[in-house]
Design a protein around this ligand. Structure first.
Ligand SMILES: *Cc1c(COP(=O)(O)O)cnc(C)c1O
Length: 792
């Protein structure tokens, strides 16, 4: 790929004329973004086409995921194509700033959190390392939702991210597929996005399916004044891919979810099968598994297993036996949760209403499972426990584990809990299937692109930029841990990123924060197990202490939050209101001299994360031990030099191990300790015995913080102190870990005070972050599961 300044200039002018009937200089910023993107797409399209042809007969792996949390693409694509600086200088000559143009791009927020972002990091890392990994998913027209705050409460609106233009994707009408549900038939139309490898010429593909009506418009109905009826089929079809995770409190919502899943895996498998037939003369599909490996990202795409068998059996006339054996070689399953109750279960009638034939095939698979376990010598009740079909419900994780070639957890601790607790019966039956693949994040987006200043510093220190491709070289940074001038230079860069975030905070919230204060950050989805509430209650505690004595802490603190709550998750929304209330009260209280400030940024998303992760001093990873499968936010913070204040959970365990506990702050009970405490746990006792904890909790009820009569704070208060409906009081051990957390928080001030010590700790975190590159994760998948060769 040879993209020169002249070619770029020529294309920029061309697309300005072609798309907007204007000269480049007369375009709006938004139009400039489109013209630049179109130019890049045009200049790379020949290579992309060539690669599609070349790869048609090569082995490939496919990542099936209901979520791809891509965020913006412009900056990252320019970086990977090696033309970021070139485009930057062209734009400067034209009087534009590249960052302003980048900010015009809407995030493609086709995901919820870590699981979706992992899928996006994986595609990038695979392309950068020359592996043929393509993605298949859904093109939601409204994504998840956009979050904003109204009187401190979360409110949601649709996210029509692609309504202006979505120049990164190509609609390939000729590859449309037909999807047949029991009572509906729709078209699946593919939109293809290029995934550019880092300076290696590799272009992989992310294919996202959009649902469309077979007949968009009924002329006769319209002519007979039935205007709604005339477009009913169109609306019903398009509803299938409108939003991610439609509300499933009612049956209609559940049916929509399972139909979405079936829709995208059916289209993807039809695509893979038809490409195979086009490229190979193998009517019996004897060699299919030599070319195809599929990774199922959580249970959402698991219905693909019976669907592939259906396609092979019914359409390609392969026997059930052979179809089943092919599926067993091709599919692999990644589990992302520890809680059994969080694994998807669908009632038989919902699967039947989606596809009766798929239900029959699931029952045939179930029969195979029972036979196989019987032959292994399992007893009836043991077999019953592992059944796929139980009490008129389909257990998707059981289906996935039984048929998959490999099953993996996403961090050491998580995989061990799966083997020994959650899935121990499965592990007993099929130990060889289980493997660990600790998650990772791509350093190109999360360090090189998000923190260019730090990356230049690393280049200078290491005397080379090889670490950008071979991230194991980052270890050499360790040499500078004791070097005062280097640490000073490093701290200056950290300061600059904090000032940049300060400006964003001012712009979006109006709050003034001091960039010299400690930036203590918790950004992630809002969930009880992630314990934003522990953080919030500690802030209230600190505030109470400061009211008594404004010199209670020496270092100023800024607490920064970002989190979306699922729209139907009342308690998570209550915590958002609580934090916003804490922020309102504290930020306006003159008594405490601005010693602490609290900021909750709206609509946390990838593009905001790119500005937050590099500006953080202390990364809050405070989930209840045993609940966070891995976490990936923790890794992004680490790569940018933040110190983790965290529990012994998920990948934190491995972060502490690689970077050393002395360079991070660990607190809280371990999984084993919590298991022991659990039977006799009495949070009320802790509440009564510790006056500060009592005061912090009472602030929920005393009127110190106000929930506008929503009863949200009562709900939080009760959740901590009362057992309700079979749930223990304080299920997530907030009060149990409070004391330990308070001490950990004190350590933060102590560490920050000593600049050289702080800088050294930060630097050592970066130097030891190589393991958390998704390049390493992808190499492990490629070598051990997918059996892919690198084309680099
Ligand atoms: C990385 C990331 C997450 C995952 O964060 P965790 O702290 O691992 O839960 C969620 N949302 C966005 C936008 C991210 O970039």
């Amino acid at each position: 790929m040879d993209i020169t300044k002249d070619k770029l200039l020529e294309k920029l002018e061309f697309f300005s004329n072609f798309k907007f009937n204007k000269n480049y200089n007369d375009l709006t910023k938004e139009e400039k973004f489109v013209a630049i993107t179109d130019s890049i797409m045009a200049l790379t399209s020949k290579d992309w086409t060539d690669q599609l042809g070349k790869k048609a007969r090569q082995r490939k792996a496919y990542y099936f995921s209901a979520e791809f949390l891509i965020g913006r693409s412009l900056g990252n694509n320019l970086l990977n194509l090696g033309i970021y600086d070139l485009v930057n200088s062209i734009l400067e000559e034209k009087g534009d700033r590249i960052k302003d143009i980048e900010n015009e791009e809407e995030d493609a927020a086709l995901g919820n959190g870590g699981l979706g972002r992992l899928a996006a990091c994986f595609l990038e890392s695979a392309a950068s390392q020359g592996f043929n990994l393509d993605g298949y998913g859904i093109r939601y027209s409204e994504g998840l939702f956009k979050q904003f705050f109204k009187d401190g409460f979360q409110a949601e609106e649709g996210d029509d991210w692609s309504s202006f233009y979505n120049p990164w994707s190509k609609r390939i009408v000729s590859d449309e597929k037909i999807i047949k549900f029991k009572n509906q038939t729709v078209k699946a139309c593919p939109y293809d996005m290029p995934i550019f490898g880092y300076k290696n010429g590799q272009i992989n593909r992310l294919r996202l399916w959009q649902a469309e009506a077979v007949n968009e418009f009924d002329f006769n109905r319209f002519n007979n004044f039935d205007y709604d009826g005339a477009v009913r089929e169109k609306n019903e079809a398009e509803d299938l891919t409108r939003v991610l995770y439609p509300n499933d409190e009612r049956r209609e919502g559940k049916l929509l979810r399972i139909k979405q899943q079936y829709f995208f895996v059916s289209a993807s498998l039809q695509d893979i099968v038809s490409n195979y037939k086009k490229n190979f003369d193998d009517k019996e599909f004897k060699h299919f598994h030599e070319y195809v490996s599929i990774q199922l990202n959580d249970t959402h795409p698991v219905i693909g297993i019976p669907e592939l068998i259906r396609i092979l059996l019914d359409e390609e006339k392969i026997s059930f036996e052979d179809s089943f054996n092919i599926a067993r070689k091709i599919f692999n399953f990644t589990n992302h949760t520890i809680l059994r109750e969080a694994m998807e279960v669908w009632s038989v009638d919902l699967i039947d209403e989606t596809s009766p034939r798929v239900l029959e095939i699931i029952q045939m698979i179930e029969q195979r499972l029972v036979e196989e376990l019987y032959n292994k010598g399992f007893k009836e009740e043991e077999i019953n426990f592992l059944r796929i079909v139980k009490d008129d419900s389909i257990h998707m994780a059981n289906l996935a584990i039984f048929v998959s070639n490999k099953v993996n957890g996403v961090a050491e601790l998580h995989t061990n809990i799966l083997k020994n607790e959650t899935l121990k019966d499965w592990y007993g039956a099929y130990p060889y299937k289980f493997t660990n693949k600790t998650n990772g994040v791509t350093q190109r987006r999360w360090l090189i692109y998000s923190n260019m200043e730090l990356s230049d510093f690393i280049d200078r220190k290491l005397g080379s930029n090889e670490w950008r491709e071979d991230f194991s070289k980052i270890k050499e940074l360790e040499k500078f841990a004791e070097d005062e001038p280097s640490i000073r230079e490093f701290l200056e860069i950290r300061k600059k990123k904090k000032i940049e975030l300060t400006e964003i905070i001012k712009e979006t919230t109006g709050i003034d924060v001091d960039p010299n204060s400690i930036f203590d950050v918790q950004v992630k989805r809002l969930h009880e197990y992630k314990r934003q509430l522990l953080n919030a209650l500690h802030i209230v505690y600190l505030y109470h202490r400061l009211k008594e004595d404004k010199n209670f802490i020496s270092e100023k603190r800024t607490f920064i939050f970002g989190a979306k709550a699922a729209p139907a998750y009342f308690r998570a929304k209550a915590v958002i209101k609580f934090i916003n209330e804490i922020a309102r009260v504290i930020n306006n209280d003159k008594d405490i001299d601005g010693k602490i400030k609290v900021v909750f940024l709206e609509n946390f998303r990838v593009s905001l994360g790119e500005k937050i992760y590099p500006a953080c001093d202390f990364s809050e990873q405070i989930s209840t031990a045993g609940k966070e499968a891995s976490g990936t936010g923790n890794m992004k913070f680490m790569m940018n030099g933040a110190i983790t204040i965290g529990t012994y959970d998920g990948a934190n365990v491995e972060i502490f191990e690689k970077a050393g506990e002395e360079n991070n702050i660990r607190f809280g009970k371990t999984v084993e300790e919590l298991m022991e405490i659990k039977p006799n746990y009495d949070p009320y006792k802790i509440y009564q015995e510790d006056i500060y904890i009592k005061n912090a909790l009472d602030s929920l009820m005393s009127g110190e913080f106000k929930d506008n009569e929503s009863y949200m704070f009562l709900d939080i208060y009760n959740s901590l102190l009362k057992s309700e409906g079979g749930d223990r009081a304080d299920r997530y051990f907030v009060l149990e870990d409070f004391e330990s957390y308070r001490k950990a928080q004190e350590k933060i001030s102590e560490v920050y005070k000593d600049e050289m010590r702080f800088g050294k700790m930060c630097l050592l975190n970066i130097a030891n972050s190589a393991y958390f590159s998704s390049d390493r994760t992808i190499r492990e998948y490629a070598e051990e599961i997918w059996k892919l060769e690198s084309h680099n």
